[in-house]
Each structure stands twice: as structure tokens, then as C-alpha cells.
Design a binder for this molecule. Structure first.
Ligand code: SF4
Length: 356
């Protein structure tokens, strides 16, 4: 049994306290922080500005764990997906979605998810546990390892953005998410700008008001319906925090944060994809005076789901309607179709393979 403490995921203050307990001066914590988060080192022996003695002491007492890559799949569209395993054997998915000159790493925040959205594969997998701050941060660190992007000039990075949008509801693991974002944005380490991190929520209203104050990242909301009744049919959270409350929370966030809010909208055939739904959606945004941008997402069906994808014509007409009302509404094609990129699918596939 390994009783060593993992340094990844400790706040700067916690790291400093560990070093202080070892009788080391405060600046050592800063040096080690840079080795971990700026240079991406996984071995204390490589921390060459520390004495050999200290390097040994660190190795005796601490670890710099990365989750293990169980499988890695590269889609024909260059989407890359990893199934990662943590020390206790639990697995999650992390996905890199490239654009032409940059890209976003989609990070998970929980093992499974308790929200039970009807269209979502992860929602059918039940919540096992929250991820720690270290487990959230280390997903991005694995991606940087794979793409060899430690201490690169920021302009040259492909892994330019993070979306907290993988498995799990980030606002149900708020404390660890806040801690992880603070590590990811710390200027002496990974130093990702807050503007490049988007937190996507299914709508846990009481926490939305804290996001700007606590971490200042961008907000995306999984909306997927143009009215309260429709949303309740596919997202159980809507019964607890109905659409009007969610819209008001978005408006309040916008008043503090400025900019726009992204609304994710999965295009489900005959359920939410008609021109009338688009009109209703635009009216909803107008009512709450929200600067909205819509991501229209082509649905990637999974075995056993109750919904079908909308036709291309429907999606384009829907997008055009929203644009007629002045809203950006890009269409996001389902990425990585050939590698089961809808969240939770790779994990399920691996589990069923293991069972058989
Ligand atoms: S869409 Fe997000 S919040 Fe809903 S069940 Fe899936 S992972 Fe959870």
C-alpha cells in the first residue's frame, strides 16, 4: 500500500505547508510548483535546482501521479480520446477536440453522473464518486504529455482551451473544480487564461452565481429545450431548478461577468428541432436579455437511447432561424463518430468487453 501524498492537486498554500513541515524555506514550494506545472516533470530526480538530499526526501514521501492511459483512440477527424484510470482503478474519459490552429481538452469532473439526462450516455452510468482536484488537473497534464506541450510558447499550443464538459456535473463537485481551476490558471505553472476555460453545467442554479466570483471562467449551459416542459422531459434537474430560475441565474452571471453565455443545444429529431422551437428559444433569450450564443450539436446516438438525430436540413434551418434573430448558432458536427465520442461511450465499451 502506498502511503505517499500526491503533490498534484495540492494548492500552492498546501504545497508550501508540506515543505515547511520538512524544514524547507518557502521558495522551495515555488520551485517545485514550477517543475510540476510549468515543466511537467513526473520525476523528482529531474528537479535539478533542488539538492540531491531534498529530491530523495521528496521521492520518499510524495508522488507526482498521472492517471494511466488505458486506451487511446485517434479519430479520422483528429479527435483524440483517452480512457484514463486512477489509482483506485476507476476510469474516466478525456477528449481532445482540435480546431485548425488550436483545440480544447474536454475534462471529466466525476466518475459517472447523478443528473440522469435522458439523452446522455454518462447519465445512464450512475455516480460513483467525485474526482479530486488532482484528478481533474492531471487529465490536462496527460494531454500535455501526449502532445509534448510543456513549456512551449503559448501561441504555439494546440491544447489551448479547456472545457469542463466531460463525464459528470462540475457544479456537483464544486470545491474540487474551483481548486483545480485555480491550479490550471496559476501564472507560475500551467497558466491557462480564465477566458480559455469554459464550465458547462446542466443548471445547478445556486452555484451559477458563484462561478464568476470564485473562478471567473466562462459559462456554458446545457439547455437542449426551448421551454420548461420540454426540458423537464429530458433533464430531471429542470424539475428542481426550472427554466425561469436558470435563465435568471444566467442573466445575473452575465451582469457580473459580461460577454456572452454559450447554450448547448442537442438537436433531437422531432423533439426540439422545429422552426417553432427556434422562435421560442429566441424569445426566451430576449425575455431575459441574455447575450446568447448557441452551439447546435448533432446528436450522436448510442445503443439503447430513445432519441434520433435531426436531419441536416432541420439543423441548418434551425441555425438560420436563430441567426435571423441575431444569435450566433454554429453547428457542431459530432466529433469522433468513429471512436464513440459521445461522453461515456468508450468507458462503457471497455466495461462490456471486460465482462465478456
Ligand atoms: S449531460 Fe452532463 S449532466 Fe447530464 S447526465 Fe450527461 S454528464 Fe451528467
Amino acid at each position: 500500500m502506498n502511503n505517499k501524498t500526491d503533490l498534484i492537486g495540492l494548492s500552492k498554500e498546501e504545497l508550501a505547508a508540506c515543505l515547511k513541515e520538512m524544514g524547507e524555506p518557502a521558495f522551495r514550494a515555488k520551485q517545485i510548483w514550477q517543475w510540476i506545472y510549468f515543466y511537467g516533470k513526473t520525476d523528482f530526480a529531474e528537479m535539478t535546482n533542488l539538492s540531491k538530499d531534498l529530491r530523495q526526501k521528496l521521492a520518499d514521501n510524495f508522488t507526482l501521479n498521472r492517471p494511466k492511459i488505458v486506451t487511446e483512440q485517434l479519430s479520422s477527424d483528429k479527435t483524440r480520446k483517452w480512457l484514463l484510470e486512477f489509482a483506485d482503478g476507476q476510469k474516466i474519459e478525456t477528449v481532445y477536440i482540435p480546431e485548425s490552429d488550436r483545440g480544447a481538452v474536454c475534462i471529466s469532473t466525476q466518475i459517472g453522473c447523478a443528473m440522469g439526462c435522458k439523452f446522455c450516455h454518462t447519465g445512464s452510468q450512475k455516480l460513483t464518486r467525485n474526482l479530486s482536484a488532482g484528478e481533474i488537473v492531471s487529465q490536462f497534464m496527460v494531454a500535455r504529455d501526449v502532445y509534448n506541450e510543456w513549456h512551449l510558447d503559448g501561441e504555439k499550443r494546440m491544447l489551448s482551451n479547456i472545457v469542463l464538459m466531460g463525464m459528470g456535473e462540475p457544479l456537483q463537485n464544486y470545491e474540487n473544480v474551483v481548486k483545480a481551476v485555480k491550479i490550471l490558471t496559476d501564472g507560475e505553472g500551467i497558466a491557462l487564461s480564465k477566458r480559455r476555460i469554459t464550465l458547462s453545467t446542466s443548471g445547478i442554479v445556486p452555484f451559477i452565481k458563484n462561478i464568476d466570483k470564485d473562478i471567473g471562467v466562462k459559462l456554458a449551459v446545457s439547455l437542449h429545450a426551448s421551454n420548461n416542459e420540454l426540458r423537464s422531459q429530458i433533464m430531471p434537474i429542470n424539475k428542481k431548478y426550472p427554466l425561469p430560475e436558470l435563465m435568471q441565474a444566467c442573466r445575473d452571471y452575465q451582469d457580473n461577468h459580461g460577454g456572452y453565455i454559450t447554450f448547448e443545444y442537442l438537436m433531437l429529431k422531432d423533439f426540439n428541432d422545429t422552426p417553432a422551437h427556434a422562435v421560442e428559444l429566441a424569445a426566451l433569450m430576449k425575455k431575459y436579455q441574455i447575450n446568447a450564443k448557441f452551439n447546435l450539436i448533432a446528436f450522436n446516438p448510442w445503443p439503447g437511447c430513445d432519441y434520433e438525430p435531426s436531419s441536416n436540413n432541420r439543423i441548418h434551418a434551425f441555425s438560420q432561424k436563430l441567426q435571423d434573430f441575431g444569435y450566433a448558432a454554429p453547428i457542431r458536427t459530432a466529433r469522433g463518430q468513429d471512436i464513440l465520442a459521445a461522453c461515456g461511450q468508450l468507458k462503457s465499451k471497455k466495461e462490456s468487453e471486460n465482462k465478456s
